[in-house]
Design a protein around this ligand. Sequence first.
Ligand SMILES: N[C@@H](CCC(=O)N[C@@H](CS)C(=O)NCC(=O)O)C(=O)O
Length: 439
Amino acid sequence: MTYRLFSWEFSYFSGKARAYLRYKERMGDLQEGWEDILATPELLEGLLRPATGSGAVPQMLTGDGTWVQDSSDIIDYVEERQSLAPVIPDPVQSPRQCLASYLVEFLADEWLVVPGFWERWHYSMADVEPNHVEYNAMQWGSVFGAGAPAKDRLAAGHAVFEEMFGISHARENPQGTYAGLIHLGCTETTEQAWWGSMENVLSLMDAHLHAHDFLLGGQPSLGDFGLIGPLYAHLYRDATSGFMLRTQHPIVAEWVERCNGASVDARSYDQKLYSLDDKGELVGRPATSDGGQWLGEDEVPATLNAIVAVFFQEMWPVLCSTMEKTAAYIASDAHAAGGELPAKTFFADLPWYEQQTGEGPLTHEFEIGGIRERRMVTPYHIYMLQRLETIVAATLAADRDVVTTWLGQFQRGEELLELSARLSNCRVQKKGAQLYSVD
Ligand SMILES: N[C@@H](CCC(=O)N[C@@H](CS)C(=O)NCC(=O)O)C(=O)O
């Protein structure tokens, strides 16, 4: 067995890694196959946490016993070794497509996570209609009551919601996931603005997917797998948003099925569309748009540029502040050089509560839909920015003019060219699931 993925079906980042591995396998890139393993509490505590220090999913165990924690690291690890069907355009040959892929992945992972997270937990609260708490409890019960009879699994899901997330008093005394939403700046004041941001992306995807089956044409790429994070486990599967997605954005719903390789109708990456020739014989052709290939000439369609523009408009200002705030924190007496930093995406973890909530040193003001709120600074974003820095450098070395012109069309887009300077005082390294400043 080449790879074992430890995942949950209802998990944002598991959906991203799973769709990616499924694609690689279908394209003949994972000859020895891979296995998708339900990460039960027993495995999380007995296997994953001792190996990487983290019980988060997805995590991947390779044939030689290496653990890879983080969906982006999983993709990078497999891409380095299995190159038959690459999902990342070459930075030298296709600098625009390459940058667009990383920027959309980042937007999907770390910005759309907020409305994705919100819809699941908002429509699970007792006084909200429509409501999908039963389906949500069933899916959590499938992990926390794995192997038990169905009604016991459902009860296990409900028990988790009460014990870990205090769902019955979520408004008065938010804890667990409900506290996490507030840490991310998704409050009663901003929740509709966050949802508006998601609605905007869905509309932009409708426009793009009209002409192209995937972001870069007729095959998926890193940005598609990134967007599967919010769109599969959350918006597509969760019942309330799933109804909305299928009824208001059927084109996006079909793309979810296509990216997951899950449906004949959706004309997925490894399928053909057949016609009959004049003798009545079946004649196949690529089922997806653009001849079943990425677009040539490093083309990034205007409809994809419009999605990249959301990264620069909404997320980039927050990332700039994140770099400044993290640099100030690292330089402060509160932090020892080379010491640990918080590494979570969804919430302020307990040891970091003081720093990442209230007016703590790792919090900052931000804006969504014209409303100002406060949220935690997420040093993991620095890790993602460093990954991007390498790519920016490679594309600039290949064709500075092309990259500068392409970035120049986005509000503050050219600031990406100064990424290394901005990162110089806040560098981090990741060991397992832990983040440390660089001494
Ligand atoms: N950056 C990580 C995020 C992983 C993550 O936050 N996973 C969630 C589920 S989608 C989780 O396991 N949360 C529980 C925890 O962090 O303990 C990735 O890309 O894999």
